[in-house]
Write a protein of this length. Sequence first.
Length: 56
Amino acid sequence: MAYKITDACIACGSCEPECPVEAISAGDDKYVIDPEKCIECGACANVCPVDAPQPE
Ligand code: SF4
Ligand code: SF4
């Protein structure tokens, strides 16, 4: 289980510095979460303006 960033992502970058385990990085057209690193803390979802990060 991990959070996943959906297509709603507008690539604003707000979530990246909030992740305590540096699981978030910029992808081609949206940000992506490394499921091997994500600890499901929800910090990214809390700062996202469009609710793109969702628990899988
Ligand atoms: Fe990082 Fe937490 Fe978001 Fe997982 S849920 S990507 S650990 S901020
Ligand atoms: Fe995408 Fe939301 Fe992260 Fe911004 S905060 S880069 S919209 S997932």
